[in-house]
Write a protein that binds this ligand. Structure first.
Ligand SMILES: C[S@@+](CC[C@H](N)C(=O)[O-])C[C@H]1O[C@@H](n2cnc3c(N)ncnc32)[C@H](O)[C@@H]1O
Length: 210
């Protein structure tokens, strides 16, 4: 029987996080490369969302960088883990067990949105509309072109070439990196693409980035 409030996606991710806990696999606490490398672009303060946060390494990092940090994930187990970790570190993170596809962020509500290792193309317009004026989107996830077999097996969850540029075309591009299979594939940033874009101005009434 399915527990109240559960759905296929939350069941799938709860099972993954539960099995990681049972096998003693350590919870990944390192923030995404995009934050480690480009945190100097973060505003001095503001409201930040780690969307599809998992156990929230990005949210913890954002809280440590003076942001009002929010973390949303469909997995209650991942969110419980984040609550445990944030309280042990004495960091205030506003957590929500939330399906971001059926309940994406509201328009004009965040100064920073971070998405790592999650892709649902249908909510890209909502993610972009959720940025406040001058807000920043930090996005990093897997590409179809890869040199190692890490990440999801289905192409549905992997980016095509330059796809983040296309998905985020209404933002001003600040950083884009996608190295594919060029040159020495033992080095560099491989298997993933990263994008940072800024929302220069928002027409709130129409919900359009202009
Ligand atoms: C590969 S993990 C990435 C977690 C984290 N962002 C990271 O980079 O380590 C994908 C996450 O997306 C979450 N997720 C999948 N579908 C979701 C949805 N519809 N709404 C919210 N979270 C979702 C899963 O529970 C999982 O924690």
């Amino acid at each position: 029987m399915t527990a109240p409030g559960s759905n296929k996606e939350s069941d799938k991710w709860n099972a993954i996080y539960q099995s990681r806990q049972q096998t003693g696999e350590t919870t990944k606490l390192s923030p995404a490369y995009i934050l480690q490398e480009f945190h100097h672009l973060l505003p001095a303060q503001g409201k930040a969302l780690d969307l599809a946060s998992g156990p929230g390494a990005n949210a913890l990092f954002l809280a440590q960088h003076n942001m009002e940090s929010h973390a949303w994930d469909i997995s209650s187990i991942a969110i419980e883990k984040l609550k445990e970790i944030s309280s042990s570190l004495n960091l205030d993170i506003k957590t929500e067990v939330r399906d971001v596809v059926t309940s994406p962020p509201e328009e004009n509500s965040f100064d920073v949105i971070v998405v790592s290792h999650f892709l649902d193309r249908q909510i890209m317009p909502e993610i972009i509309a959720a940025l406040r004026e001058n807000g920043l989107l930090f996005y990093q996830t897997f590409t179809r072109t890869r040199v190692q077999d890490s990440g999801p097996s289905s192409d549905k969850y992997r980016l095509g070439k330059n796809e983040l540029l296309d998905l985020c075309k209404d933002l001003d591009t600040i950083v884009y990196r996608e190295e594919g299979t060029i040159g020495d594939t033992e080095s560099g940033f491989r298997n993933e693409a990263l994008y940072i874009g800024q929302c220069r101005s928002v027409n709130v009434s129409k919900g359009q980035v202009i």
